[in-house]
Design a protein around this ligand. Structure first.
Ligand SMILES: CC(C)(COP(=O)(O)OP(=O)(O)OC[C@H]1O[C@@H](n2cnc3c(N)ncnc32)[C@H](O)[C@@H]1OP(=O)(O)O)[C@@H](O)C(=O)NCCC(=O)NCCS
Length: 161
């Protein structure tokens, strides 16, 4: 089994004018890219392997991010399967002239570690260490249950034409 890496990471940067939508705020696609980047960094850091996104669901955009805001993207492992890692991602933003950050987005994203042949590879198991971890792991398990019924609904749209 590979050596365990870091369980959580944060990215921090400024929302730039290139990230703007037609309403003058940061567009959702930019936020999704940051979520994917932070999730990848966390998953690759934990497994110490190349990883691919296998599932993103239930992204909740809670409040807008303004151009010029400092953005923090926090990602942490909240569940590991055999080859998959479930990563909780929270996006926070705030005016650099003020101290307060507000949560703008939350989601759980699933990555699969890949071996050198492009096949799913086992990942080091993550064990909850405290009450908060146990609650996050149980949240990940609950989402997995909900996802399997969603997958059934979506399946017919995934069939090739
Ligand atoms: C990731 C990929 C290799 C998995 O292939 P697969 O045939 O589903 O492989 P497996 O059935 O062995 O599943 C691998 C893991 O993915 C998980 N998985 C598969 N579908 C899933 C889904 N819809 N949601 C969550 N996890 C899922 C499985 O549970 C398994 O996890 P486990 O080993 O921890 O139990 C394949 O789906 C793929 O290449 N997808 C494209 C990835 C990509 O390009 N992403 C980035 C661009 S958008």
């Amino acid at each position: 089994m590979a050596k365990t890496g870091k369980r959580e990471i944060s990215l921090r940067f400024l929302a730039e004018p290139g990230d703007v939508n037609f309403g003058g705020k940061v567009h959702g696609g930019a936020v999704m890219k940051w979520i994917d980047q932070a999730g990848y960094t966390c998953a690759a850091g934990w497994s110490m392997l190349y990883c691919v996104t296998v599932y993103v669901g239930g992204i909740r955009f809670i409040s807008p991010i303004h151009i010029g805001n400092v953005v923090e993207v926090h990602a942490k492992v909240i569940y590991t399967g055999n080859t998959s890692m479930h990563i909780a991602v929270d996006v926070l933003a705030g005016d650099p002239r003020e101290d307060a950050f507000r949560k703008t987005t939350h989601c759980v994203i699933v990555f699969v570690a890949m071996d050198e042949h492009g096949k799913p590879a086992p990942v080091p198991p993550w064990q909850p260490q405290n009450e908060e971890d146990r609650s996050l792991e149980s949240y990940a398990r609950k989402l997995m249950g909900l996802r399997s019924s969603l997958d059934e609904e979506v399946k017919r749209f995934l069939q090739p034409e």
